[in-house]
Write a protein that binds this ligand. Structure first.
Ligand code: KMT
Ligand code: NI
Length: 179
């Protein structure tokens, strides 16, 4: 089951869980209304997994690569980590499948509050184009993830405010009718 919750307002290290007290868990259905889709797969089989193939075919995720985020493996680690955690959106879906390690994807809900999604080995997520979001490692400081994309990848982040973009307008229309 997905592990997601509303974040507290504390300015502590982002790599901590930041659960509110009392806890305010968020379920799959609420994520779905935000356009966020989640699957649990068997990461042992990622190289030959009919379930993954099915999702890739249905959603046209033709392109993939694998990224390892840790201090020793990722060039420009500090800079990239900082960029990932700036609130931003993309013109396309952001799709990640966690093969090892873990981290947090934070997404804004319909009232602009942060929801934190804990992602670990076997978790696949799609963040829709136009949603404001960010990513951080957790205290393990390590994640290995497959990045999936429809066609040739474009990673450009548009930092908030990016409300003038058509992808944002489209997303807001989606939100308005999915409530
Ligand atoms: C991104 O675009 O935020 C990333 O690729 C980092 C997260 S991948 C687990
Ligand atoms: Ni992003």
């Amino acid at each position: 089951m997905v592990q997601a919750w509303y974040m507290d307002e504390s300015a502590d290290d982002p790599r901590l869980p930041h659960r509110t007290e009392p806890a305010r868990p968020v379920g799959l259905e609420q994520l779905r209304r935000l356009g966020v889709l989640y699957w649990k797969l068997d990461a042992d089989k990622y190289e030959n997994d009919p379930e993954l193939e099915k999702i890739r075919n249905e959603r046209n995720y033709s392109w993939t690569d694998i990224i390892t985020i840790c201090r020793d493996k990722l060039p420009n680690y500090e800079e990239k980590i900082k960029t990932f955690y700036e609130e931003h959106l993309h013109l396309d879906d952001e799709v990640r499948y966690i093969l090892d390690g873990s981290g947090y994807f934070d997404v804004r809900d319909q009232d602009d509050r942060w929801i934190r999604i804990f992602m670990e080995r076997g978790d696949l997520i799609t963040l829709p184009a136009g949603i404001y979001h960010r990513f951080t490692l957790d205290e393990r400081n390590y994640v290995k993830a497959m990045r999936l994309f429809v066609g040739d990848p474009v990673w450009t982040p548009y930092n908030r405010p990016a409300d003038h973009l058509e992808a944002r307008g489209q997303y807001l229309r989606f939100l308005a009718q999915s409530a």
